[in-house]
Structures are given as C-alpha cells and as structure tokens.
Ligand binder design. Structure first.
Ligand code: NAP
Length: 298
C-alpha cells in the first residue's frame, strides 16, 4: 500500500510545537509575534486565504493584523503602508496577499517589504540568498513540501527530482531548495518536450503546473514519491456540485507510487503552517530566542 503524506496531520503537529514555543518565549520577548497581511480589492479566493491565515495565527498565539485596502488606492499609498509596517516594532512578518489587481506593480510592492519581515520569501534579497544557499526567509509552499518529505524520512540527497512548473512562487524556489539539499533537480515547464518521459525518471516528482489531472500513470516511475501542489475546484457534469482536485490523477497513479500527497490535505495546510514558522523565525531573531524550531528550516 502506498504511503499518504498527510499534510493536515503534520501541520497540526507543528502548530502544537509553535504554540508551546510562543508560550515559553513570550516571557522573554514580552509580546506575541505579530503578522500583518495586506489585501487589496475583493478577490473572493483571497478573502478565504486571508481568513485561513488569520485563524491559524489565533490558534497558536500570533497576533495578526489585516489591512484590507480598496482597489482604488494608489500604488504610493500601499508603499506607504508597507514602509509603516517595516518600521513597526510589533510586526515580525508581513505579506501581500496575491493576486492583486493588475494596475499595481506587484514586484515593486514586494521589493518594498523589509527582507527580514518578508514571510512569503518573495523579495529579491531573499530569493538571491536562496540562490546563494544562505540562510534567509524561504517561501512557504516549497518549505512545506521539504518538511513533508522529511517527516517520513524521504531523503532528497542524490535523488532524481523532477519539478513541473517554474513559477517564482513555487517551481523555481522549490527547485533551488532541493538543489541546496543535494537533490539532482530537473525543472520543467509548458515548453518542455517529452514531459512524461522526463517525469518517469524521477524518484520524486513534484507537480506544480496548475493543470488539473495533468500527471497520469504514464508520468510516474514504479516506487516514486509524487507531490501534488496543484489545487483546482472542478464542477460536476451537471454543475450542481464542486470538488477539489490537484495536478495529479491520483486514482491512476496511486498503485504505482511509494508515497503521495492528497488534495486537499497535502501541501495546502503545510503552506499556511510555514507562514507561521517564518513569522516566528523573525520574532526569534529579533529577541534572540532559543533555536529549538530550527529543524523546520528547509
Ligand atoms: P503558475 O504561476 O501558473 O505557474 C505554472 C507553471 O507550470 C509555469 O511555469 C508553467 O510553464 C508550467 N506549466 C503549465 N502548464 C504546463 C504543462 N502542461 N506542462 C508543463 N508545465 C506546465 O502557477 P503557480 O503559482 O506556480 O501554482 C501552480 C499550482 O499550484 C496552481 O494550481 C496553484 O493553485 C497551486 N498552488 C498551491 C499552493 C498550495 O499551498 N497548495 C500554493 C501555491 C500554488 P511556463 O512557465 O512555461 O508558463
């Protein structure tokens, strides 16, 4: 039987550790860790993600502050808010909930975030440090995937790893983190030829293409580990119901794989948990707190 990499279970276990860490260290820091989330406009999915993050923070004792701006604010005003949060001593982490309306220069806004508060790990300073394999904030979804693999002692060193997708959010940082951990990494994308043949070489195959059910059994080597980053809400044929699926056609690959992540309940919960971890890392650094969580650093 193949092994389910249960992100929901692992995220709850990590949250328990984070909760204890905050309770123990609050006496020294004299305040809870603080996370600021900036949301612009009314994208409904963003609303759901922001409240999930808010709930996760309150479960473990992080103080979250939500700044919900109207779509008609100016770029300058958002930059001013970021500058204000950069110099706010009670804020350890800050993120801009994506996507934001097209009229904004997204990269410029992310560049404004102080790298030590950039809990999404998307600022170019943090990306540059990742390239150089230096410690810095690491982006949450890739860091969550590495923790999921580690939780089941699935080694990365020396493994053939194929990543489908090269986005700044997932594919690129993930490939670099795996490379830094001595995996032999192939990054693929929409122009890659013979994708399924390349994927069949993988000991660990990670699908982050954003294409529902792209990966079937023709992509998978017997005994591989398959990680599904994709998340899609599909309508039933009569459009009366919806269900979630990933980039992997799980029913087709499950009998071949050694281990897999489910959708939902795999990578998704780990992404939120790593956001909490990054916020606490920043808090830890500011107050020189104990390093008992350092095994969670990817
Ligand atoms: P993205 O920015 O759209 O990037 C998709 C990448 O996949 C691109 O590099 C694209 O190639 C590549 N691609 C698209 N179709 C392909 C195909 N048929 N064959 C090979 N490569 C293909 O998406 P993203 O932000 O990285 O997200 C990917 C998926 O993960 C989405 O479903 C997203 O919702 C999900 N996601 C989940 C979490 C989570 O926590 N579970 C977090 C983040 C994202 P090109 O570069 O050539 O266009």
């Amino acid at each position: 039987m193949s092994l389910k990499l249960d992100g929901k279970k692992l995220s709850l276990e990590i949250e328990e550790r984070l909760n204890d860490y905050i309770s123990e260290n609050k006496k020294i820091a004299k305040r809870a860790p603080g996370l600021a989330v900036i949301r612009i406009g009314e994208d409904p999915a963003s609303g759901v993600y922001v409240s999930n993050k808010q709930r996760a923070c309150s479960r473990i004792g992080i103080k979250s502050s939500i700044f919900h701006l109207e779509e008609n604010v100016e770029q300058k005003e958002v930059e001013q808010l970021i500058n204000k949060l950069n110099s706010d001593n009670d804020i350890d982490g800050m993120l801009l909930q994506l996507p934001i309306p097209k009229k904004f220069d997204e990269q410029k806004l992310i560049s404004h975030i102080n790298p030590s508060k950039d809990v999404d790990g998307l600022n170019e300073i943090n990306i540059g440090k990742l390239v150089k394999n230096e410690p810095a904030m690491r982006s949450c979804t890739p860091a969550g995937i590495i923790n999921l693999l580690r939780s089941q002692n699935i080694s990365i060193e020396g493994k053939n790893i194929v990543v489908i997708g090269r986005s700044l959010l997932v594919g690129k940082p993930l490939s670099l983190m795996l490379l830094n951990l001595n995996g032999t990494v192939t990054m693929t994308h929409s122009k890659t030829l013979n994708l399924n043949k390349i994927c069949r070489e993988a000991d660990i195959l990670i699908a982050a293409a954003g294409k529902p059910n792209l990966v079937d059994s023709s992509f998978v080597k017997e005994g591989a580990v398959v990680i599904d980053v994709g998340i899609h809400r599909l309508k039933s044929s009569d459009k009366s119901q919806t269900r979630l699926c990933g980039d992997v056609l799980l029913e087709d690959v499950i009998s071949k794989v050694f281990a897999y992540t489910p959708v939902p309940g795999g990578v998704g919960p780990m992404t939120v948990t790593m956001l909490l971890v990054n916020t606490i890392f920043s808090w830890q650094k500011q107050f020189g707190l104990s390093s008992t969580l350092n095994d969670l650093f990817p």
